[in-house]
Design a binder for this molecule. Sequence first.
Ligand code: FES
Length: 152
Amino acid sequence: MPQIPEEIHELTVGQLSARSGAAVSALHFYESKGLISSRRTAGNQRRYTRDTLRRVAFVRAAQRVGIPLATIREALAELPEERTPTHEDWARLSEAWRTELDERIKHLNRLRDHLTDCIGCGCLSLESCVLSNPDDAFGQAQAGSRLLPGGR
Ligand code: FES
């Protein structure tokens, strides 16, 4: 990734893309979701402050571990004056997200373990297929087709 000289305090979208590794379209998307912001020049071109690089790194790292953009946006919005996340912010937030991530991994492991029973089956039964009804969400309360139109 190309280095940006220290004396440059604002980046074009191309420079931000090249340095962060995020596609220009991704940067526009992040901006539309309020994750990063820019100012416009007289010629209506975007300019990003240098610390946007750290915000983009933060967003991409969080995305890589499966954190939804809405959750990332909430985390960034909670920072005082929406400042750029520091090392401490990342340490605190990533610790909180680890619990959520552990739960998801546990759930996916359970589904993977049960997938063996489903390979080559195709029944997708609400009574016996764990993939079709992973938590048996309705089976404990009541039997029958109550979710179908006209059901009890
Ligand atoms: S598809 Fe038949 S048990 Fe899951």
